[in-house]
Design a protein around this ligand. Structure first.
Ligand SMILES: NC(=O)c1ccc[n+]([C@@H]2O[C@H](COP(=O)([O-])OP(=O)(O)OC[C@H]3O[C@@H](n4cnc5c(N)ncnc54)[C@H](O)[C@@H]3O)[C@@H](O)[C@H]2O)c1
Length: 437
């Protein structure tokens, strides 16, 4: 559904009127397109604390942002705060960003590089944890479509694909996130082990909404996409698969033999598994019939666990594979009328975190992550009553709802062969929603 208010405030009279009335003035976000694949402007690289001997940011200039005249407003600021080991050194973070933050271009990026808080070093842990509060607060105040993230780099972290994502228009609706990056998994898949050499992705719930956008984005990135959805959606599913040069698989993901049927449809194995299918059946607990509880838990969580287990056990997931599941900010924050949905999505988060340390994945270089979308403009949210919908759209640092492509781009970053150091992460695609922040 179109966000008419965002369009209105994008016009001169709209800007004038909303400014006079003190209403929110969201900035139209700059998203990735083939014509505009990069942020425009220079990237400032700053340091706080003692400089480190090795430089985890990797390259100069930072990937994803081309050089630009030094006089132009910076498109991004990357602050290396990994050397902030004492509370007193936090002053350096303030001193580095204070003079430049105002000059950052609209839709610009601030990425703070931190270290993983060390429980054996309370001073370092205090200083590094402080960066989280700093980043989350800056994200809330910086405005004009700009985003702020904290990347925690473990020793030997493989951060390049993550920096490419965060310093590009692909991460337009991701803000206030804390992401931990480890060393690359031992198996780094250059290409699929499939005979064709093309990486194979499976997306559940691909007939429409976010799933359709995920399938399109993975196809853009060179995957052969197997699009799965319920038999009732077969026609729309076939259209999507045809358009993307992929394959349609009409199947109810809750079927007892779903894992077997998926494995049978993937003779070359699978490189990227995206659990996107999901349903809501909202009611307050006191009014909720058992079938509403059971169906939501089974589609959103039970089927995710069962099919993942089967695809790992059957060896269908290729070494270096990627598993991405779809949670929700409801699963982080809870939501009235959604005890079933929030339980299922919180369960997804628990599953992902545990599976990321399970030898079935770590032993094969398979990463496991979750996206947690906030308010995304889809048919699902278009059906929400007007006032609740408006509140959902505006109650975040970017003052607007996200688009399906924002979730899809985040999944594509997790799916990237270069993202082997990103596992066990839950990244909210919510414009830094106030819910559960
Ligand atoms: N739209 C949002 O704002 C939002 C917010 C947070 C999380 N999410 C999550 O994102 C995912 C996609 O949401 P959406 O808004 O695109 O929803 P949607 O209802 O538009 O699409 C979901 C798709 O999943 C399919 N599906 C449902 N049950 C299935 C089953 N048993 N087997 C196979 N396919 C099945 C549906 O047919 C549909 O095509 C869901 O997991 C949802 O919970 C969405």
């Amino acid at each position: 559904m179109a966000d008419r208010y965002l369009r209105f405030t994008g016009t001169a009279p709209g800007r004038f009127l909303s400014g006079r009335l003190g209403l929110p003035q969201p900035t139209a976000l700059r998203r990735w397109s083939p014509e505009h694949p990069d942020l425009v402007g220079p990237v400032l690289r700053l340091t706080a604390g003692a400089p480190r001997p090795d430089d985890a940011t990797g390259t100069e200039p930072v990937p994803g942002a081309p050089d630009a005249p030094a006089a132009a407003a910076p498109a991004a600021v990357v602050l290396d705060a990994t050397g902030v080991c004492e509370p007193a050194a936090l002053h350096d973070a303030y001193a580095a960003l204070h003079p430049v933050v105002r000059s950052l271009a609209p839709c610009g990026r601030v990425v703070v590089l931190g270290a993983v808080p060390d429980p054996a070093d309370p001073h370092q842990a205090a200083a590094q944890q402080a960066l989280e509060g700093f980043v989350r607060s800056l994200g809330k105040e910086i405005g004009r479509g700009r985003t702020v993230q904290l990347l925690r780099l473990a020793p030997g972290a493989a951060a390049e694909s993550t920096l490419c994502f965060l310093l590009s228009p692909k991460s337009a609706y991701v803000s206030g996130q804390v992401i931990e990056i480890g060393p690359a998994a031992p198996v780094v898949p250059a290409v699929s082990t499939a005979a064709s050499g093309t990486r194979i992705a499976l997306v559940t719930g691909a007939a429409r909404g976010i799933g359709e956008s995920v399938a399109a984005t993975l196809a853009r990135d060179g995957h052969h996409v197997v699009c799965l959805d319920v038999p009732q959606a077969e026609e729309a599913l076939a259209d999507v698969a045809r358009r993307l040069g992929g394959t349609a698989l009409a199947l109810d993901i809750t079927a007892p033999d779903a894992g077997e049927r998926i494995a049978a449809a993937l003779p070359d194995g699978l490189d990227v598994l995206v659990h996107n299918a999901g349903i809501t059946r909202d009611r307050k607990l006191a009014n909720m019939a058992a079938d509403r509880w059971d169906s939501v838990l089974d589609v959103n969580l039970g089927s995710v666990v069962r099919t993942t287990d089967h695809l790992l056990k059957s060896g269908t997931l290729n070494d270096g594979g990627r598993i991405v599941a779809t949670a929700s900010i409801s699963g982080v924050a809870g939501n009235a009328g959604q005890t079933n949905y929030a339980a299922s999505k919180a369960g997804v988060i628990g599953f992902v975190r545990a599976l990321a340390t399970d030898p079935r994945t770590t032993g094969h270089g398979i990463t496991v992550n979750a996206v947690a979308p906030g308010f995304i403009e889809t048919k699902m949210t278009a059906a929400v009553p007007l006032f609740i919908r408006e509140a959902g759209r505006r109650m975040n640092s970017l003052g607007q709802g996200g688009l399906p492509v924002d979730v899809a781009e985040t999944i594509a970053w997790f799916a990237d062969p270069g993202s082997g150091g990103v596992t066990g992460q839950v990244v909210r695609v919510c414009g830094q929603s106030l819910l559960g922040a």
